[in-house]
Design a protein around this ligand. Sequence first.
Ligand code: PMP
Ligand code: GLU
Length: 395
Amino acid sequence: MTKLSNRILNLPTSQTLAMAAKARALKLQGKDIISLSLGQPDFNTPDFIKEAAIHAINDNYNSYTPVNGYLELREAICTKFKRDNNLDYLENQIVVSTGAKQSLANVAMVLLNPGDEAILPAPYWVSYDAIVKLAEGVSVEIPTSIENDFKITPQQLEAAITPKTKLLFFNSPNNPSGSVYSEEEYRALAAVLKKHPNIYVISDEIYEHIIFEGKTFSFACIKEMYDRTITVNGVSKAFAMTGWRIGYIGAPEWIAKACTKMQGQITSGANCIAQRATITALQAPVSKIEYMVKEFHKRRDLVLQLLNEIKGLKINVPEGAFYVFPDVSYFFGKTIQGVKINTATDVASLLLEKANVATVTGDAFGAPNCLRLSYATSETQLKEAIGRIKSALAS
Ligand code: PMP
Ligand code: GLU
C-alpha cells in the first residue's frame, strides 16, 4: 500500500513539464526530437538584467529578503502597474513569489475552503486545475470552442456561478489559445460578476507584453472589480527569465498579507539575486524587449501559414502569447501509420513517436479536441517540425 498522502496521489502531474521531460530524455537517447512542448522563450535573458544580477552577487545580496519581497522591488512593481496597466497599487499590496505559479498557488490556498468552486474558462493553463485541487477546491470548467475564438460569454459565466463559487481564473493573452479579450469583453464579464460580490478574480496577465496588435486590459482597471481582483504577473515570459523564478501579485491588502503569511511558512520568500535583477528588468522601458515580441509575431505568421497547409487542422489566429492550438478532431477515428487515433493525446503520441516532434495534448488544458504547439523556438526548427507533422499526418 502506498504511504503517500491522498493530497499528492490526487494531484495530476504537470503535463507541460512531463512532455518536456520526455522530449529531453529521448534527446539524451540520441533521438532527433524537436520540442514544441514547453512554453518558454528561447532567447537569452537580456544582458542588462544579467549584469544587475552579477552586481547583486558582488554587492553581497545573500540574506533572506522580506517575505513579500524587497521594498525597492515592490515599489518598482507599483510603478510598472501604473505605467503599463494604469493600476494604482501600494507596496503593501504587492507580494513577490517564486514564479507566478507560486503566486497563483498562494492565492488559491488563502481564498479557497474545501468544496469552494473555482471557475476555469477552458482552455486554461494546466496548473490552474491542479492548484485548485491542492487547495481542496472544486474546478468548474466553462467550455469554449474555436468558433468563438476560445472565449467565454457573459451568459456562460452567469450559468457557471453557484452559491459556492469563490474564484474565477482569468488569463488573457491566453495560454494555450493565444486569445486576447477586448476591454468591452472584460466589461461585459464584469457586469455579471458585479451581481455576485463574493467572487474574486485572479487575472493572470503574464503574457501581457507578448501581444501582436493593440493592448491588453486588466480586470482591476474596472472600478467595481479592483477590490475583488488579484492581478498576477511575472518576468518569466516578457524578459526570458523562466528559470529565475520571479512572479508577483497586486491585490487587496488583506489578500496580500495572507499570501505573505502563506509563503512565510513555505519558502521564506523569493531568491534575493533574482529579485535584484527583476528591479532592473521592470524599470527598463518596454521597448527593450520589443525585439522578442517582433520575433514571436513573425514566427506566429510562419507557423499559421505552414499549419494551414495541413489538411484536417482547424486553427484560430492567436493574438498573443506564443502558442498555436489547432483543433485536431478531424483525425479522430482514423488510422495513421497503423495507429488508431481516438483522442488528441493519441495525436500527440503519434507525433512524438513517428515524427519526433513533442507537443502537448489539449486534454491538459481542458480542451480535448486540440493540441498545443509552442512556437518559442527558431524558424528553422519550426519549419522542420511542421514539415515532419505534415508528413506524419498525411500518411
Ligand atoms: N500563468 C500562465 C498562463 C503560464 O503560462 C505560466 C507558465 N510559465 C505561468 C502562469 C507561470 O509562470 P512562472 O511560474 O514561470 O512565473
Ligand atoms: N507555462 C509554461 C507552459 O505552459 C511552462 C511550463 C509550466 O510551468 O507548466 O508550457
